[in-house]
Every structure is written in C-alpha cells, then in structure tokens.
Design a protein around this ligand. Structure first.
Ligand SMILES: C[S@@+](CC[C@H](N)C(=O)[O-])C[C@H]1O[C@@H](n2cnc3c(N)ncnc32)[C@H](O)[C@@H]1O
Length: 236
C-alpha cells in the first residue's frame, strides 16, 4: 500500500477540531437512530462470532476506535472479565474517547501495521473505516493485517454501492471527472466486498445488514473467520 495514512484519510482525523466535532453527526434524532441501528447490528454480528467460537470472546479489539463511539456496545455485550481495547491512528480522536470516559485501554497505531503480535485478539471489530479507503488493493491490505492479529473472528463494516445512493455517487463521479475533479469514492458491490474479505484471509461466516431492505441500506457488517495460513509474520 502506498500510504496507509492517506488511504484512511487519517489527516482529516488528526485535526483536533474535526475530532471534537466528530460525534455531532449522531446527536440529532436521525443520527441517534442511525447509531442505534449500527449498535444493534454489531450486537447481532458479535453473537455470530460467539456461536462460531463456542464461547464469548475474551479479547476484543475495536480498530479504529475513533472517539469510542461503540463503547456502549462493549459495556453491554462484552462478557464480564473480557478485555476490550481500542486502536486508532489519531491522538485527537483517542483523547476524545478518553474525555468521554472510555475506560478501556487505548493504543495509538496504524491499522496497516498494528503494534500487536500474530493472533493477539479473539475478535477484531472495524467500523466506519473501509468506506474511506479508495482502492481495493488497500482495503485487502488492511484486511490482511486484521487477519494477522486476530485468532478468532472479524466484524467489518462495509458500504456497498448497489443502492440509489451508491448509483448517485457514481453519477456524481462521472460528472466530476468531466470537470477534471476526482469526485466521490465508489463503493464496491456486495459480491466484491465479500471477495475482498476472502482475499484478506477470511472465510465469510455471515452478513448482517445494518438496515433492511439491503438495496436501501448500504451498510452491512461482514463477519469472517481467519483461515489457517493468514498469519504471516509482521512486516513481511
Ligand atoms: C470515520 S472514523 C471511525 C471511527 C469509529 N470506528 C466510529 O465508528 O466512529 C475513522 C477513523 O479511522 C482512523 N484512521 C484512519 N486511517 C488510519 C490508519 N491508517 N491507522 C489507524 N487509524 C486510522 C481515524 O483516525 C478515525 O478515527
């Protein structure tokens, strides 16, 4: 991957003002409903992983954890005594999480090269990240790194482009290109998203739509289990 910071638009989140205002998008009633839908979907995805593992995960990594938006989910859903920790590349975002009272450990690090050993965590949860990443190659590289650090499962949030909104983005991109501009990012189709997760080193266990019907709601959580040989040593 050329530059993992650029791929995930890290520069945007390094700005303290953006970090401070990040949570505002979920403050209004519509945002509260969107947030709740995502939290419920995450709870369902976690149950799929628990069923596959045959037990509750003992170690969950929320990466990128951002401002700790999913903290409430972990308080409700994580088994007593389990370790939940967050990782993010932006100190301002991590500081916001701390200021909000996120009591679990937080680690500063790059999702492309996490400062963690192979198979460190039971479940890696990646919410609201891959839709920022433009290229398939970079998304697969981030997923490959996720497969290295998890020994149990993956829950990854994808947006697929097969909704009226996705088609609108395509149209805006064509128009922007005609004007010499880049235009919005194009999200992969559902089949392509699943294929990327498999390419990253996971077997797909299931898909949890955040909102139904799927051709209106473009967000889905893909649940994967790492396949045996996906843990190549860090840095290779
Ligand atoms: C849209 S926010 C999502 C945060 C959180 N998961 C949520 O649902 O609110 C994207 C996050 O990705 C982080 N990020 C971007 N590129 C990164 C990278 N290469 N390594 C680690 N974190 C990165 C940003 O700092 C930011 O907190």
């Amino acid at each position: 991957m050329a530059d993992s910071r650029q791929e995930g638009r890290l520069d945007v989140y390094l700005d303290p003002e953006n970090a401070r205002s990040y949570d505002r998008r979920w403050a209004a009633p519509r945002g509260v409903r969107r947030d709740l839908r995502k939290q419920r979907a995450l709870g369902r995805a976690l149950k799929l992983v628990c069923a596959a593992l045959g037990r509750s995960p003992q170690c969950i990594l929320d990466a990128p954890s951002g401002t700790g938006r999913m903290g409430g989910v972990w308080e409700r859903e994580a088994a007593p005594g389990s370790l939940v920790f967050g990782l993010d590349g932006s100190h301002p975002m991590l500081r916001e999480a701390q200021a909000k009272g996120w009591s679990m450990p937080l680690v500063a690090g790059d999702l492309a090269h996490m400062p963690l050993g192979n198979g460190t965590v039971d479940v890696l949860v990646c919410i609201r990240f891959l839709h920022l990443v433009k290229s398939r190659e970079a998304r697969v590289a981030f997923l490959t790194e996720a497969a290295r650090v998890t020994r149990g499962g993956l829950i990854v949030d994808y947006r697929h482009g097969q909704t009226p909104r996705g088609l609108g983005r395509r149209l805006r991109r064509v128009l922007a290109r005609l004007g010499g501009k880049a235009g919005p990012r194009i999200w992969p189709g559902r089949a392509q998203a699943l294929d990327e997760v498999r390419q990253g080193g996971f077997e797909v266990l299931g898909v949890v739509p955040v909102r139904l019907p799927w051709w209106i709601g473009d967000k889905m959580l893909i649940v994967g289990l790492p396949v045996g040989d996906s843990r190549t040593p860090q840095g290779t």
